[in-house]
Design a binder for this molecule. Structure first.
Ligand code: ARG
Length: 449
């Protein structure tokens, strides 16, 4: 059995060991390759300030690159008795290179190691979420453009209200995603700051070159104050979770709409057969389970910021083991959100729209305001026009003019999808993905044997 990094001359109780490690080894597997990248940058910096020999650096880098490749192949394991990913990487290096492997921990603590791992992991995942959001956004805009002028009823209080269109409905969810993207971009920029060098939360007396590790890891800047760097643990995750929750909120509303509009009583849209599920007793069923699950998962994701907030609630300044528990809810959440986004994009691309909804006279009253407006435009006071049309409806004399799309209701035919798309593009440019990708590639290439 491997020993602990902090082992002294007494044994830790097995139950205490089980309880303190919990699911952390499993969670740390999410972070493994980022832990290795953080170590690469740290040792390049250590060599530059004379804490590692010239000849030692390339050998350590080569071994780290090998461990990185093991992670990429999905073969990295944390062995029995090894506490966490940080201990496992150090153990592997020490096994391969002896004392040289033990040198890499100068000037750092697992506290800033896990911080940098989380930042690198989150930065990567946020990019993937942003790309998945764009994919769904594009599908929604495409559908919005295609059904630009196909009318559907708009509702208030779930009562038929005024004419809307499929163009507006699809486009509204797209614009909602464009707003969510602003939060993702802010969360990304907050994440994209280097905590490495803050060590246990109070820095180090070694002359660590934090500018250097910031550059090597492609961070936009650093968490300058070492105490704040540690304080950022939990805060960063909560803010990222908030951005994710914003996306989840859009997904959840879209999913509920889709379930409702797909019901026989609405029949506004129909889902592709291959994405529906059946019943064991009712042979006719084609249920929208996918959207129901997207809705539930998205609702769960909306609880994530609160979960994180409560885990770290009232913690004073400094590191606490409480923070470890955030990983359990935070790390798996990205997969869930990306999965929901991909599913939603897939179905939206195939969803079919009923272009003949308005043949059903139950929707006729939604044209009442158009008729009032027509009378008002021809000189009748609005209140009188309102009364006139109201009476016509009550007495069953109302004849709707359904051909309003290109005439009065300018907002229906005028979706501004190009403006929304431009807005999304500007936000996507603000992330700075290219600089990050370039730095990560350079670092990994430098470690190639
Ligand atoms: N597993 C710990 C965490 O996620 C690692 C950080 C350092 N551990 C410690 N006892 N100081 O927070």
């Amino acid at each position: 059995m491997a020993s602990k990094l902090w082992e002294k001359n007494f044994e830790i109780n097995k139950e205490i060991e089980r309880f303190t490690v919990g699911s952390d080894r499993e969670m740390d597997l999410y972070l493994a390759k980022y832990d290795v990248m953080g170590s690469m940058a740290h040792i390049i910096m250590l060599e530059s300030i004379g804490l590692l020999g010239r000849d030692e650096l390339p050998r350590l880098l080569t071994e780290l690159r090998d461990i990185y490749d093991t992670c990429e192949r999905g073969e990295f394991v944390i062995e029995d008795g090894v506490e966490d990913v940080h201990s496992q990487v150090e153990l592997m290096l020490t096994r391969r290179l002896g004392d040289m492997g033990k040198k890499i921990h100068s000037g750092r603590s697992r506290n800033d190691q896990v911080l940098v791992d989380l930042k690198l992991f989150t930065r990567h995942e946020l990019k993937e979420v942003a790309l998945a959001v764009v994919k769904l956004f594009d599908e929604l805009i495409a559908k919005s453009d295609r059904y630009n002028n196909v009318l559907m009823p708009g509702y208030t209080h779930l009562q038929v209200a005024m004419p809307s269109s499929f163009g507006l409905w699809f486009g509204a969810h797209a614009e909602s995603l464009a707003d969510d993207m602003l939060f993702l971009s802010a969360a990304y920029r907050m994440t994209n700051r280097n905590p490495l060098g803050s060590a246990a939360g109070y820095g180090s007396s070694f002359p660590l070159d934090r500018e250097m590790t910031t550059r090597l890891l492609g961070f936009e800047s650093m968490d300058y104050n070492v105490v704040y760097a540690q304080m950022g643990r939990g805060k960063t995750e909560r803010n990222v979770a908030f951005a994710m929750a914003s996306v989840a909120g859009t997904l959840s509303k879209l999913a509920f709409d889709a379930c409702l509009f797909n019901s026989q009583n609405f029949s506004f849209v129909s889902l592709p057969k291959e994405c529906t599920t059946g019943s064991s007793i009712m042979p006719h069923k084609k249920n929208p389970d996918v959207f129901e699950l997207i809705r539930a998962k998205s609702n769960k994701l909306q609880a994530l910021p609160q979960q994180i907030q409560l885990i770290m609630n009232n913690l004073p300044t400094g590191y606490f083991r409480d923070l470890q528990i955030i990983k359990e809810v935070f790390l798996p959440a990205f997969t869930e959100l990306k999965d929901c986004l991909a599913m939603a994009a897939w179905i939206i691309s195939r969803i079919e729209v009923n272009e003949h909804i308005l043949d059903n006279p139950i929707y006729d009253p939604m044209f009442s305001v158009e008729e009032v407006n027509r009378l008002a435009a021809s000189g009748m006071p609005f209140r009188d026009a309102y009364k006139t049309v109201g009476l016509e409806i009550e007495e069953g004399r109302f004849v709707p003019d359904k051909n309003i799309c290109h005439t009065h209701a300018g907002s229906i035919g005028n979706l501004c999808n190009d403006r929304i798309t431009q807005m999304m593009g500007t936000t996507m440019d603000s992330f700075g993905f290219d600089a990050v990708e370039k730095a990560e590639k350079e670092l990994l290439d430098r470690a190639r044997p």
